[in-house]
Design a protein around this ligand. Structure first.
Ligand SMILES: Nc1ncnc2c1ncn2[C@@H]1O[C@H](COP(=O)(O)OP(=O)(O)OP(=O)(O)O)[C@@H](O)[C@H]1O
Length: 314
């Protein structure tokens, strides 16, 4: 007889019903206004099962508004939004949804464990409280009243609560705002584990390194419009900028081919160019004295700034 061993960790995602549509989130031609402000202008976006999508955009771009439409808290003025194949305003469609809004109110006198038990009690098969607390590094705080948690600890609890019901999709609005590096890493690990189990994630973030660390697909939103929707690699390639870092007594900011230049505190010059090979060749040909040369591709932050700047100057 073959013996099967139980898995080390139970999956934190509810299995998809067989008839589930491929698009977990389907936003089509959506416009949403607040008075004169057009927060979203004809936005379309599909998120497939098991995707981890990062929504990136400056303040006021429309990211939170988009999440509020997907979670059924608001209605679009035009266009359609579908969640797990249904209308997000129907409670049945939201049964497979977990959400961490930008600001969460936790009952201050309840203890951490009690809050997790309480929220988990609303679901048929919640993640056991001890397991969830462990995953989010909250075990030592289980008996602490939530009113006595630090901002970062509250944030961790808020994200943990979005996963207690084993949702098929989670919406995370700025999940790690206010967290220190260690806590952020722990939270990233928890999000990765959820995603590795088959969960679908749509997250917004101001931390570009967060999107770079987690997302496979990046959607850039700016002033209510989707400016780019592509794989992380493609977005980085699309901008195509290279960063050439070096030390030199000469100021090279105005050198031909340099589109932007910055000087670090340690005196290193950072030169952004579309063609690093030509720039370096020309510096050598021009007999420029330089040392400590480094060349690398643009980071997501640089790509994003470039994209928003290109749009602004159009
Ligand atoms: N309830 C509201 N009433 C009026 N205007 C609103 C409301 N909610 C959002 N807006 C406006 O809609 C636009 C989009 O806001 P939204 O909060 O979706 O942006 P965001 O990308 O999430 O920004 P942030 O990164 O700062 O959270 C902004 O101009 C904002 O001021």
């Amino acid at each position: 007889m073959t013996r099967t061993h139980p898995p080390e960790r139970a999956p934190v995602v509810a299995p998809a019903p067989p008839e589930a549509a491929a698009a977990v989130v389907a936003v089509s031609g959506v416009t949403r206004r607040f008075g004169d402000v057009v927060a979203l202008d004809d936005v379309s976006l599909d998120v497939g099962a098991g995707e981890l999508v990062g929504l990136l955009g400056p303040n006021g771009a429309g990211k939170s508004t988009l999440l509020s439409l997907v979670s059924g808290q608001r209605r679009p003025d035009a266009g359609t939004v579908r969640l797990l194949g249904g209308d997000p305003r129907d409670a049945a469609s939201r049964a497979g949804l977990g959400i961490t809004p930008q600001e969460t109110g936790l009952p201050p006198t309840l203890r951490v464990r009690e809050v997790v038990d309480f929220v988990g009690g609303h679901f048929a098969d919640p993640v056991p409280t001890g397991e969830l607390l462990e995953q989010f590094g909250l075990t030592d705080l289980a008996r602490r009243q939530t009113g006595a948690l630090s901002g970062g600890q509250k944030r961790r609890l808020a994200v943990a609560l979005s996963l207690v019901g084993r949702p098929r999709v989670v919406l995370l609005d700025e999940p790690t705002t206010g967290l220190d590096i260690g806590a952020r890493q722990a939270l990233w690990d928890a999000i990765r584990a959820y995603h590795a189990d088959g969960g679908t994630v749509l997250l917004t973030s101001h931390y570009l390194e967060e999107v770079q660390a987690l997302a496979q697909r990046v959607v850039v939103v700016d002033r209510g419009v989707v400016r780019a929707d592509d794989s992380l690699d493609a977005i980085l390639r699309r901008v195509g900028l290279r960063r050439v870092a070096l030390r030199s007594a000469s100021d090279l900011a105005a050198w031909p081919g340099v589109v932007r230049a910055e000087r670090r505190d340690d005196g290193t010059q950072e030169l952004y160019t579309a063609d690093a090979d030509t720039l370096v060749r020309e510096l050598v040909r021009g007999d420029v004295d330089f040392h400590d040369l480094q060349i690398r591709g643009a980071s997501l932050e640089e790509a994003f700034e470039e994209m928003v700047m290109q749009e602004a100057t159009r």
